[in-house]
Design a binder for this molecule. Structure first.
Ligand SMILES: [Zn+2]
Length: 143
């Protein structure tokens, strides 16, 4: 009884608006997943992976840059120089100048849809660049 009702609702809905909604969800899904992974600590930043093997927190440093700082979510979003070009594209300059913990918390709690999408895009693209850099360094060890 539930499925026929659902079928009726779907077939009676406006086809164009349904397709548009699916398209929007499909294109933004990868960005939302990236931001969600960052928020729930389901990522591969060293602050998290080091915890799995009992590496002291101070030694979970970022290997992407030479700042010798722990690779935390804060470092990943606001300070790691490797991602400065991506940061300029997607984050407001206010957050990038003189970063601090309040400037880290603000975009994570932003309710503005456009700002959240931009933050999601930043996280997605920065994770991809980080993975690309890691794989490139692994390949350089092989050849
Ligand atoms: Zn770094």
């Amino acid at each position: 009884m539930y499925i026929p009702e659902l079928t009726t609702q779907v077939s009676s809905s406006h086809t164009v608006s349904l397709n548009t909604a699916i398209h929007e969800n499909h294109t933004t899904k990868k960005y939302r997943i990236a931001l969600t992974k960052l928020r729930i600590s389901s990522h591969s930043l060293h602050i998290e992976t080091g915890r799995y093997i009992n590496t002291p927190r101070a030694l979970r440093t970022c290997t992407n840059c030479n700042m010798n700082q722990p690779e935390t979510e804060y470092h990943f979003i606001l300070t790691c120089p490797i991602f400065k070009d991506i940061r300029k594209l997607y984050l407001k300059p206010y957050y990038c100048r003189w970063p601090n913990i309040n400037k880290f918390i603000s975009p994570m709690n932003d309710k503005n849809k456009k700002n959240i999408i931009n933050l999601s895009k930043y996280v997605y693209k920065a994770f991809n660049e980080r993975l690309y850099n890691y794989l490139s360094s692994m390949c350089s060890h092989i050849y």
